[in-house]
Design a protein around this ligand. Structure first.
Ligand SMILES: Nc1ncnc2c1ncn2[C@@H]1O[C@H](COP(=O)(O)OP(=O)(O)OP(=O)(O)O)[C@@H](O)[C@H]1O
Ligand SMILES: [Mg+2]
Length: 272
């Protein structure tokens, strides 16, 4: 696959328009997202980085249909988001597995809801459990898994329903370096073969640049978009790409945007 940024050629798959979200805090309203706007094109891979508490998970929850903005709106395929939908596969920061279901049944869960027949469920679950290397633990309950294994189970569950949009909140955060690189490559491989739009949150600047067409850098207090950086590097993203001077330059740019931000215009809570 060559390097083209789909954002420049197709209509927005995801559109976030002037989204503001506040939470009550000590009798005031804490501004978690302040008029955040971003368009993500069909089949685009966008990563989101920013300091802790800048609203990354809140933005994802708005897109997942789990949080409602106080103003502005999120659109998917031109339709206003009003709740979760099968076209959006979500991987939460906190795995969110069903503790009473085995790995296999967790992975099959979304397929069951979508009415996929039993035998096909089995087969698809098997495939993705194998992809994340959990074959030996297919019948284990989440409490028997390590943090990284739970995360891999959550990844398998989201991939299994084959959503056109993947919303991933630090999905590789708890993984060892080797598994992480393997899953990064698998994700990019799947993404380049099958049409899919990805919003991927990470704390890892290298990971943000390695995966993305564009990196969105957020800032805190109030949560907002600080910078958007195009990653004009070719796919497939090989070791050579990772070691190239261009990669290094982009990583430094993103790093600087994340860690040398001016303090926010409004310091913390704002009254409404
Ligand atoms: N349900 C909630 N109730 C009250 N405050 C909330 C709620 N959810 C998020 N917040 C606040 O909104 C801000 C943004 O939170 P969010 O979880 O989106 O940050 P984040 O960028 O994902 O941080 P991290 O990198 O640590 O995961 C934080 O200050 C947080 O305390
Ligand atoms: Mg978060």
């Amino acid at each position: 696959m060559t390097t083209t940024n789909p954002a420049t050629t197709t209509a927005a798959k995801i559109s976030v328009r002037e989204v503001t979200k506040t939470f009550p805090l000590k009798g005031e309203e804490f501004v978690a997202l302040d008029r955040v706007s971003i368009d993500i094109a069909d089949n685009e891979f966008v990563t989101v980085v920013g300091p802790s508490g800048c609203g990354k998970s809140t933005l994802m929850n708005v897109l997942a249909g789990l949080e409602t903005p106080i103003s502005g709106e999120a659109l998917v395929d031109g339709r206003s988001v009003s709740g979760p939908g099968p076209e959006r596969g979500v991987i939460f920061q906190q795995y969110a597995l069903f503790p009473w279901l085995s790995v296999r049944r967790n992975v099959e869960f979304g397929l069951k809801i979508n009415g996929v027949p039993r035998s096909e469920r089995r087969e698809r679950a098997e495939h993705f459990i194998e992809m994340v290397g959990l074959q030996q633990f297919a019948d284990a309950l989440p409490k028997m898994l390590s943090g990284g294994m739970k995360q891999r189970c959550a990844i398998a569950r989201a991939y299994a329903v084959n959503p056109s949009i993947l919303l991933m909140d630090e999905p590789f955060g708890a993984l060892d370096a080797l598994t992480r690189v393997k899953l990064q490559e698998q994700l990019l491989d799947t993404w380049s073969r099958e049409k899919r739009t990805v919003m991927f949150i990470t704390h890892d600047v290298d990971e943000a640049v390695f995966l993305a067409n564009r990196v969105v850098v957020m800032a805190a207090r109030p949560g907002r978009i600080h910078d958007v950086i195009d990653v004009d590097l070719p796919y497939p993203r090989t070791e050579d790409v990772r070691l190239s001077p261009e990669f290094g330059e982009l990583r430094n740019r993103v790093w600087h945007a994340v860690y040398h931000q001016e303090p926010g215009i409004a310091a913390g809570a704002t009254s409404h």
